[in-house]
Design a protein around this ligand. Structure first.
Ligand SMILES: [Zn+2]
Length: 103
C-alpha cells in the first residue's frame, strides 16, 4: 500500500461541557466529524488519537470535500497513529501521546 500523500483527519475531539453530578458543569472531550464541529461552532479541538493541537483546513472547499484537520506540530504526527509521519515511518516506532497535549 502506498504511503498517504497528505495528512488528513476527518474526525477530531471537541471540548464540550456537561452537567456534573451534584451541580455545575464539567468539560469533556467528544469525538466528532470536523465538518460537523464547524457547523456547530465548536472552538476547542484536539487530535483524537494523540491529544495534540490540530489546525482546521479545507473549510472553504466545495461540497464533497469535507473539512479536515492536521497536526499543528509535525512532531505529534510523527508518533500519532493518525499522523502522516508515523504512517510513513519504517523504523518500527510505537505511538505516543503528544508532548504538548491540549488539556
Ligand atoms: Zn494526533
Amino acid at each position: 500500500m502506498a504511503a498517504p500523500e497528505k495528512e488528513k483527519m476527518y474526525d477530531m475531539e471537541v471540548k464540550r461541557r456537561r452537567v456534573k453530578e451534584g451541580g455545575g458543569y464539567e468539560p469533556f472531550w467528544k469525538v466528532k466529524k470536523v465538518a460537523d464541529a464547524l457547523v456547530d461552532g465548536d472552538t476547542e479541538f484536539r487530535c483524537k488519537d494523540c491529544r495534540g493541537e490540530v489546525k482546521v483546513l479545507g473549510k472553504t472547499s466545495k461540497a464533497g470535500a469535507p473539512a479536515y484537520v492536521e497536526h499543528k506540530h509535525t512532531a505529534d504526527g510523527d508518533f500519532c497513529p493518525s499522523g502522516l509521519g508515523f504512517k510513513r515511518a519504517t523504523d518500527g516506532r510505537v505511538t505516543r501521546w503528544s508532548e504538548k497535549p491540549v488539556a
